[in-house]
Design a binder for this molecule. Structure first.
Ligand SMILES: C[S@@+](CC[C@H](N)C(=O)[O-])C[C@H]1O[C@@H](n2cnc3c(N)ncnc32)[C@H](O)[C@@H]1O
Length: 265
């Protein structure tokens, strides 16, 4: 068997189904919109991704799963036009409020899901999907990005597919379940004859910087669901065993930046 004999699109679907993660709805993301929005776009992850994007000869960007505009608003001053596509109305509201505050009048919101009809989604020089690629059908998502980018595509996905350090999850007595990651994207592109480029952005994990054990336990429960008494005790042992590791919140998160030239260009 070779890599080309494997139905990667189906493997991805099976992996996603196995991890048992309930699909997120627009309402789930609406609830997070205000918290995710910041006065000034930027921060380590967004600045690093933006700095790795080659905007040469590019005038427009389609930002898919744009959220509050973390990437699109950073790029807007260097482009003629940015279209931010998202299925969460509140995310788009936040993006447009920030665009107005920043005096950016070249940003257009588009209320749309990955899986909706995209016939009127503009084809742009660049398509970017930053931290928004956990879709039911990855092969279809890549086709859409390819069809809507003239020059380059950028996609970021969580390496290893764990938002929480799997060693911590194991220490609680649970089985860590990974989400499918960038390797599926690389393999699907490879099967289409596309040689993607790959780099990484490391950021502190979600549990980093907690004030004390109670704060830490709250954050763990926020990600993994309520902990019972035994799990809380196990978590306390993990927390107390290594203060430095506890402050870091375990392993950092590593985002893969996959970029490529779409086949049509
Ligand atoms: C983690 S946020 C990323 C936001 C931004 N791109 C960033 O990197 O900060 C994921 C975003 O994708 C959007 N999203 C998730 N699933 C989607 C779908 N099926 N169709 C459109 N947008 C979706 C969410 O509403 C949310 O705004």
């Amino acid at each position: 068997m070779t890599l080309d004999d494997i139905d990667i699109a189906e493997l991805y679907r099976q992996h996603l189904a196995q991890c048992g993660r309930p699909p997120k709805t627009p309402a789930d993301w609406d609830k997070r919109a205000q918290r995710m929005s910041s006065k000034q776009p930027g921060g380590y992850y967004a600045n690093t991704l933006a700095s790795r994007m080659n905007l040469e000869d590019c005038h427009s960007v389609l930002d898919v799963g744009c959220g509050p505009g973390s990437i699109g608003l950073l790029l807007a001053p260097r482009l003629q036009h940015v279209t931010g596509l998202d299925y969460s109305p509140k995310m788009l509201e936040q993006m447009m409020a920030s665009a107005h505050r920043l005096g950016l009048n070249n940003v257009t919101p588009l209320l749309r899901a990955w899986e909706d009809d995209w016939h009127d989604v503009p084809v742009c020089d660049i398509a970017v999907a930053s931290r928004s690629g956990m879709v039911p059908d990855l092969a279809d998502a890549l086709d859409r990005l390819n069809a809507h980018a003239r020059q380059r595509v950028y996609m970021t996905q969580l390496v290893g597919g764990h938002f929480i350090d799997p060693e911590l999850v194991t220490a609680l007595g649970r089985t860590p379940r990974s989400l499918p990651d960038h390797l599926y994207t690389l393999a699907l592109l490879h099967q289409q004859g596309i040689d993607a480029e790959l780099s990484y952005i490391d950021v502190p994990g979600r549990l980093a910087g907690s004030e004390d054990f109670d704060d830490f336990a709250r954050r763990v429960a926020g990600s993994l669901g309520e902990l019972d008494a035994d799990e809380t005790e196990r978590l306390r042992r993990w927390y107390n065993a290594d203060h430095e590791r506890a402050t870091r919140g375990g392993a950092p998160m590593r985002w893969a930046v996959v970029s490529w030239v779409p086949p049509s260009s």
